[in-house]
Design a protein around this ligand. Sequence first.
Ligand code: SF4
Length: 319
Amino acid sequence: MSELIAAEGLSRHFELGGGQRLHAVDDVNLAVAAREIVGLVGESGSGKSTFGKTLLGLYPKTSGKVRYRGETLPDRYRPADFRRLAKNMQMIFQDPYSSLNPRMTVGEIIGEGLRLHSDLSSRQINSRVADWLDQVGLSGDHGSRYPHEFSGGQRQRIGIARALILEPEFVVCDEPVSALDVSVQAQVINLLGGLKESLGLTMLFIAHDLSMVRHVSDRMAVMYLGSLVEIGSADAVYFEPKHPYTELLVASNPEPDPAVERNRESAAIRGEIPSPVNIPAGCRFASRCPKVMPVCREVTPELIPVQDATRQVACHLYS
Ligand code: SF4
């Protein structure tokens, strides 16, 4: 499969003042092929959302680069870059309510991208908006209403229509269903899956729930403290995790199938994720790893192929 977008050594740090620096994302290499869905998992605070936003240029890069269709994108976007790239790349946000302008009607919200980034007439835009309301399972008269009149699941559908009306090639879905009731989550996931097929989308799908990520993704990448620790096919990472962090994440994930038993007591990930301001030496997971060895506290493990080139793990158990 041909590469659509790739991060190369991508880092995003935040200066906190007093000489302190928060390492939200550190030296991440990740390529996404055209029409591929890569799931990105990890605990809160692992840097997943910051990585997605840096990939899209919503945050300037601290170092490294992003390549899109072979073109290296600017380190820091100017307004003209956003205008040019908005048609290619979009983001679906976690909280559908806070990302929708409460003073605009739903029709205005969904059509805004076309008004900014196309030469279509108002009539053509209204027609496209009506079409997209239909595609995401809302009715035409919903376009004249305001976001507060909708349920959480409906608002997420509005957010999806707003992001996809420009027919982008690449979409970052940042925890798109975590704010929704479980009963609505499956509807939105199925909607996204159907749109992915009909539009030929390429996605980075960020989520906490590993079983959901396995369900929607071709490959799964695991992030810990701003760094990738494992990547491989979604089934292989979920059913045969190799990195000790992935093993614990999978074992502590809510299991939708009661037939699959897991020892939850032994599955708990001990302690808190360390501060990204004080990155520990050696393996970042050493303070919580049940398999820690002396070398782990001194030498940083590289992400290297294990079994074959498609499966990579950063752990001294495999070096
Ligand atoms: Fe655990 Fe060592 Fe592997 Fe890190 S490198 S995950 S501390 S075994």
